[in-house]
Design a protein around this ligand. Structure first.
Ligand code: MGD
Ligand code: MGD
Ligand code: MO
Length: 753
């Protein structure tokens, strides 16, 4: 029996099998895996040979980049062209003009990790402009070090273990819900999916879960809230608790700083606005009596304030997660078993998992001589406004002037907001190189396309520090067409740049796997256990890490003795008013949590809706969109958009009709599903249908159902500059025209060599 792994799970197979079998001890295998093999073997979706864009070869420098045909070229020529472009741009403009940020989820294997390979090469070649943070939780990544004194990774490492919540918590306020849908995924792979069973345990044990979201989740009671207004609700809860004199004054005095300032804001002393239940009710569209009842209950119960990551992917996304921390401080149950404050339960599998964290090796990084970076979601701004100033985390910075983009293992025409704007920005650089295995919208918008293998076409190692097992990943099927491993692609370019030996260190990919395993063995020895030889591991395919995972209680040491174990914040405490953020003077991220209305939202006029674009149930972002599982969930080939029966009646739409969603930024077509698990002023259209823009009656319309045709490309605030995918207002109407055929299900036009 052999193994392979992906971000959505681990699988076994025997040679000759037509499909993969989920690991026998995985309690809830992901449905995403069902579409993996068909996507990997879909020769219409896969890039079968290196190609160059026609207009680029003719010297258009990008003008036609988003709408061109390709010419097939040999691997020799493709690698020559890539090396020549890197050399040319580096000489003409300096390596700062090369963008290697290449954000994206790539594959779960430790060695064949596309970005790591590419960045290692570019670093050795003189460096590249990189990117900071993630699309997942940039607001939290920048905010948490200020307010918790912890990086997001360190906070996740000590997140209160899920079974402790089952055992000790009575009431979980789940902002953004907790969902087994998103818990299908674990960055770098997983052997188990335990969130579904955990949610079942919570309900069996009678833990009350109140899911606060615009859509009803799978778990608990639903408190429907208008999108983007959680901060107002939380402030009102704090207000009511304080007004009743039920705040935990001792916790606030010993474990927090800046409470008095926040309190005077909440009580209305500082700005004349009392943040009462009555104040929040019309903002959040929740009755004041409901808010008051909840506020009355909270101080009497053992409570976990749980925040899903999606909460902060919105305008002023720092505020709800900071306000949530303040609420948990007011309740004073941080540092205790199963209660307090958490971030990301269910957003991916391993948050709150009892893990024995072992720092398994990854591909060695080469130091990047270029220090410049952009906040990850500011890519379109950087391309549109080179050399212009912007603010980020208290700094005034300047956008780099990017001339060459190399994207590998990521899909900006999936992940970015306002994709029509990104299309305009995308014409700016002189050259775009994309390494991909599939004809994503990004590959279709490249000058030079380097076809990579999929993880099913190569051997690799699954070694995730948050998982209890390591796997030798074996090739499941032969590479399609001329696809090559990213390592071999990079090695070919490195050789042409004269840095072949530095890049490979004289190893083939098989040598690298052995080398990385040997490094893992040393790490295992340091951790006190022996690991099999590489050859034995390769045969067995699986190694279970000895010793059970460790149980964590976030902030327990700090709360036990805040003077002895201070946090790494300016005050050594959880900061409810933050002096560092205050000195930055960002009006869109003030010194304490504050209600700031979002750029789009509030009560809407007729025909307008909030657009929620969460993660898709059937795929990982755009990955496997061309596989069988995603196909079965679409209607007439289009992504399905959920709307409330009242909304459907209002705009005259029936189940299965095609909807046109539009706003000033663009339009997209999707299929209507009518269900009452969503607010009547919201639409829910998951991300990931491959972006398919076409001109219909003179209008450029996305015809597949990709919400990023509509979303707003703006930073959360000058602090984090994170994306605000969930802040978006659209109009919806029934599409009465013919349904245009999809073109992204077939390769672009490619002329023979
Ligand atoms: N509207 C809206 N937009 C969002 C979000 C949202 O909630 N709403 N969420 C955001 C979030 S949280 C994220 S993380 C991003 C995700 O955005 P991305 O991570 O960019 O999306 P993926 O589709 O996972 O892109 C990974 C790409 O890597 C390619 N790939 C996989 N394996 C290999 C390999 O071995 N070699 C090479 N060369 N390529 C490979 C895949 O084919 C795929 O195209 O999207 C963001 N965008
Ligand atoms: N199946 C699947 N799972 C995935 C992924 C995938 O592509 N597919 N991607 C993975 C990645 S990269 C990430 S970052 C995580 C993201 O994990 P999350 O961020 O937890 O997931 P999303 O689907 O983006 O979250 C949207 C949730 O927030 C709610 N929501 C939206 N706006 C608001 C609001 O204003 N207030 C409140 N209270 N709730 C709101 C929505 O109703 C929905 O329940 O998911 C991971 N898991
Ligand atoms: Mo993400």
């Amino acid at each position: 029996m052999k193994y392979t792994a992906a971000h959505w799970g681990t699988y076994t197979f025997n040679p000759g099998d037509a499909d993969l079998t989920p690991l026998a001890d995985d309690p809830l295998p992901s449905r995403i895996g069902r579409g993996w093999v068909s996507a990997s073997r879909n020769s219409d979706a896969r890039i079968l040979a290196p190609v160059a864009r026609k207009g680029w070869l003719d010297g258009d420098r990008g003008a036609n980049r988003c709408d061109d045909s390709f010419v097939e070229i040999s691997w020799e020529r493709a690698l020559d062209l890539a090396a020549e472009e890197i050399t040319r741009v580096s000489k003409a403009y300096g390596n700062q003009a090369i963008f290697g940020g290449s954000y994206g989820w790539s594959s779960a294997g430790r060695f064949h990790h596309a970005q790591s390979q590419m960045r290692r090469l570019l670093a050795l070649a003189g460096g590249f402009t990189s990117s900071r943070e993630t699309y997942s939780h940039a607001a939290a990544e920048v905010l948490f070090p200020h307010i918790l004194g912890l990086s997001i990774r360190a906070f996740q490492d000590q997140m209160t273990t899920m079974p402790l919540v089952t055992e000790h918590c009575e009431l979980m306020l789940a902002f953004g819900g907790i969902s087994a849908r998103t818990a299908q995924i674990t960055s770098s792979g997983t052997s188990t999916h335990e969130v579904g069973p955990w949610l079942a345990d919570l309900s069996a044990k009678g833990v009350r879960v109140v899911s606060i979201a615009p859509e009803r989740g799978e778990t608990g009671e639903w408190l429907s809230i208008r999108p983007g207004t959680d901060t107002a609700l939380i402030l009102a809860l704090i207000h009511e608790i304080v007004a009743a004199g039920l705040e935990d004054e001792e916790f606030l005095q010993t474990c927090t700083s800046g409470w008095e300032t926040l309190k005077s804001y909440v009580m209305g002393t500082s700005d004349g606005v009392t943040k009462s239940a009555e104040w929040a009710a019309p903002i959040c569209d929740i009755q004041a009596s409901v808010i008051r009842a909840l506020a009355d209950e909270l101080p009497r119960k053992r409570v976990m304030i749980s925040m899903a990551w999606g909460m902060q992917r919105s305008d002023h996304g720092e505020q709800p997660i900071w306000a949530g921390l303040a609420l948990a401080c007011v309740l004073g149950q941080i540092g205790q078993r199963g209660t307090g404050y958490s971030f990301g339960y269910g957003s991916t599998t391993p948050v709150g998992r009892a893990a024995r964290l072992i720092p398994w090796p990854s591909l060695p990084k080469a130091p990047n001589p270029i220090a410049d970076f952009i906040p990850v979601a500011r890519i379109a701004d950087a391309l549109l406004y080179p050399n212009e100033a912007y603010s980020y985390n208290g700094q005034t910075r300047k956008y780099p002037d990017l001339k060459l983009i190399w994207w590998s293992g990521g899909n900006p025409f999936h992940h970015h907001q306002d994709l029509f704007r990104l299309e305009r920005a995308w014409t700016r650089p002189e050259t775009v190189i994309v390494s991909e295995h599939s004809w994503t919208a990004t590959a279709r918008r490249a000058d030079l396309v380097l076809p990579s293998t999929t993880p099913l076409e190569r051997d690799d190692l699954m070694m995730n520090r948050r998982d209890r097992a390591l796997f030798y990943m074996s090739r499941f099927h032969e590479p399609l067409g001329q696809a090559r491993d990213d390592y071999d692609i990079c090695q070919g370019i490195a050789t042409r740049l004269g840095i072949g030996d530095a890049f490979s260190e004289g190893r083939t990919s098989a040598d690298w796997l052995r080398h990385m395993w040997e490094r893992a063995q040393t790490i295992g020895t340091d951790a006190g256990f022996a690991m099999p030889s590489f050859d034995a591991f390769k045969v067995a395919g699986r190694f279970d890490v000895p010793a059970a995972g460790e149980v964590c209680v976030a902030f327990d040491q700090f709360v036990k003795d805040p003077d002895r174990n201070p946090l790494d914040t300016h005050s050594g405490r959880l900061t409810l008013t933050n002096a560092n953020i205050a000195t930055m003077g960002h009006s869109d991220c003030p010194s304490h949590p504050m209600w700031l209305p979002p750029a789009e939202g509030g009560p809407l006029t007729d025909g307008q809706f909030h657009l929620i674009s969460g993660q898709p149930a059937t795929r990982l972002h755009g990955q496997n969109d061309q596989g069988s599982e995603a196909a079965t969930s679409k209607h007439r080939g289009r992504e399905v958009c959920t709307l409330h029966p009242d909304a459907a009646a209002r705009i005259g739409v029936d189940e299965g009709d095609i909807l046109k969603l539009s706003n000033a930024r663009g339009a997209c077509l999707c299929a209507a599903r009518i269900a009452d698990h969503i607010r009547a002023d919201c639409l829910s259209l998951p991300t990931g249908a491959w972006f398919n823009a076409q001109i219909i009656n003179g209008e450029r319309i996305e015809v597949h159902g990709n919400p990023n045709a509509l979303t707003l490309d703006k930073g959360c605030s000058a602090l984090s500059q994170g994306n605000i995918a969930h802040t978006c207002v659209v109009r919806a109407e029934k599409w009465r025209g013919d349904l245009p055929a999809l073109t992204v299900t077939k390769p672009p036009r490619i002329d023979p060599a």
